[in-house]
Each structure stands twice: as structure tokens, then as C-alpha cells.
Design a protein around this ligand. Structure first.
Ligand code: SF4
Ligand code: SF4
Length: 295
């Protein structure tokens, strides 16, 4: 395939229209049964080339188990095998990444909390994330219907978590790192991705066999948007963390996960009668909650 990035703009229109339609549908975008409020209010989309050199650096930053776009496509796309005569080249692929924005109601509810998540936040984590997974599949179907082969690495059965480098959790496809490569944002002190619409977002992505011009990355380093990591200011997400898992060196993922999955699950069951978890205190009540933080 020539390198004309020739599938633009039709493919971007298909993707962005499908996401907008999904979010506009209360049957698909809600906080769960009996709670018709939307889980997500808005979205961002970014695109990167499958051969972007940053994908190779993720094998060093995260671990060699982290898939490149070409590895993910070869592994996950039905009908494509390494043994076929056809070989997919990284340059033939585009990665599509999106951020779904928490509503003001959910952010406000969580802003008011100091120890555990609000019910809004928990519902968003549970039902909003289920909607996000469904959105992945809807986008796959929309692309397939128009002849574009695509995979959704982060919601595939092959996706795995790893306890890498002895002290931190990682996975075979990091939505945050993929979003960073796709121009959606940079990392904050607590590990969240600070996008143009803030850090209170959930992410998703696809790898598609198509050519789209990449979204320009409006930053030069991985921490540019964080006031602490770029200027030594702020640090409020550390103050917001009830587990003490954020300090000047970053986030202790194990302590965070214990708070979410163990302490948080019990609280969520007892308080809200829901079989879920959440926290997100470091994503709300901070200057990067819903936009780029200002010093
Ligand atoms: S709250 Fe402050 S220190 Fe934490 S991620 Fe946001 S800008 Fe960075
Ligand atoms: S999600 Fe909660 S426990 Fe984890 S770093 Fe953020 S505030 Fe701390």
C-alpha cells in the first residue's frame, strides 16, 4: 500500500459519527438500570500511524510483552495469520484512540468525596465502562461493514495484565500509552492521562488496516501537561489520594489497586449494593480534572 494515508477523511467521519451517535443514545450511554443519566458527556479522538516509533519505546517503558500495533493486528484479526502469504506492515495500520469524558454531575459528586468514590463514579466505572466496551464492538462492526479490518486489543480475550518489574502492574495494551501516542495527552503525577478535556476520562482504542494522517501531538514530552512533573507545582492529586499511593515519585500501583479492588469493592457493595469498584479521587477536585491545568 502506498503511504498516501488515503482513507482519510471517510474513516474519521465514520468513527467520530459512530461515537457521537453512541453517546447520544440513552439506551447505550447511561449510569445503569434505573439511572438514565449519561455516563459520558463528550469525547476526543486521536489517530497515530501503526509504525510510529513511540510504539517500539513502549516495549522498554512497559515491557516487551506490550504489543505493537502490528503484533496486535496479527494476533487478533480473524482471517489474518502469520502463515498467510500476506504480511501486514506497520505502516499500513492506524491506531484510533478515544477518550470518553465524565459528566459534570459525576465529577461534582466525586469532587465532594474524600475517602471513597461517589455512586455516580462507581456507576460510571461499572456501566459506563460496559458501554465503552460495547462501543469498541460497535466501531469494529461499523468499520467491517465498510471493508476496514480492525481489532480492539484492550478488550480482546488475549489482553493480559502483568506484574512487571517487581513493583508495578502493566498490560499487553496500555490504553493510556496508546492515547499518548495518538496525541490525546500526557501523564500526570498520579498516572492518569491529562487530555485537553482533563483527566476524568476513560479510554479505548482500535487498530485498523487503513491509512489516516496522524493527529499532531501538541507536546514534546510525556509529562508536559502535569504542573508537578513539568514545573514542580501543584501535587494536589497526591493530597486527594486516600491510600497515600501518590508521592513525588508517582503512583504506587499496588497500593492504588488494593484501595480500588479490595477496600473499595467492599465499600461499594455495602454502600451502594453494586458489584463494582472505583475511586477516581485523584481525577477530581484537581486542576487537571476537566481541562489542561493552569499554573
Ligand atoms: S493534580 Fe496537579 S500534580 Fe496531579 S496530575 Fe494534575 S496537574 Fe499533575
Ligand atoms: S485511584 Fe484512588 S487510590 Fe488510586 S491513586 Fe487515585 S486517589 Fe489514589
Amino acid at each position: 500500500m502506498s503511504d498516501t494515508r488515503s482513507d482519510h477523511p471517510h474513516l474519521t467521519t465514520v468513527v467520530e459519527s459512530a461515537i457521537a451517535g453512541f453517546l447520544a443514545d440513552p439506551d447505550r450511554n447511561s449510569l445503569g438500570p434505573g439511572h438514565p443519566e449519561p455516563a459520558w458527556s463528550d469525547f476526543l479522538v486521536g489517530y497515530s500511524r501503526g509504525d510510529d516509533p513511540l510504539y517500539l519505546t513502549l516495549k522498554e517503558v512497559i515491557g516487551d510483552f506490550h504489543w505493537s500495533p502490528a503484533e496486535a493486528f496479527a494476533l487478533l484479526y480473524d482471517g489474518f495469520t502469520d502463515s498467510s502469504e500476506e504480511t501486514v506492515l506497520p505502516a499500513e495500520l492506524t491506531v484510533i484512540s478515544w477518550a470518553l469524558c465524565q459528566t459534570e454531575a459525576t465529577r461534582a459528586a466525586n469532587r465532594a468525596e474524600t475517602a471513597f468514590p461517589s455512586e455516580h463514579w462507581v456507576r460510571s466505572r461499572l456501566f459506563g465502562q460496559a458501554a465503552n466496551v460495547a462501543l469498541h464492538h460497535e466501531l469494529l462492526d461499523a468499520l467491517a461493514a465498510r471493508g476496514w479490518a480492525a481489532v480492539a486489543p484492550g478488550v480482546s480475550e488475549e489482553w493480559k495484565e502483568y506484574f512487571a518489574h517487581t513493583d508495578r502492574w502493566a498490560s499487553s495494551w496500555s490504553e493510556r500509552h496508546v492515547a499518548h501516542v495518538c496525541g490525546l495527552g500526557t501523564f500526570g503525577l498520579c498516572g492518569g492521562l491529562i487530555t485537553a478535556k482533563g483527566k476524568a476520562v476513560r479510554l479505548g482504542s482500535l487498530v485498523v488496516r487503513a491509512s489516516i494522517p496522524p493527529t499532531p501531538r501538541p507536546y514534546s514530552g510525556p509529562f508536559d501537561h502535569c504542573l508537578y512533573l513539568s514545573r514542580g507545582l501543584c501535587g494536589l492529586c497526591a493530597d486527594r489520594c486516600p491510600a497515600g499511593s501518590v508521592d513525588p515519585h508517582g503512583r504506587d500501583k499496588s497500593a492504588c489497586l488494593h484501595r480500588l479492588r479490595v477496600v473499595g469493592e467492599e465499600y461499594v457493595r455495602e454502600r451502594f449494593g453494586l458489584d463494582g469498584y472505583g475511586c477516581g479521587l485523584c481525577q477530581t477536585g484537581v486542576p487537571c480534572e476537566s481541562g489542561l491545568p493552569q499554573p
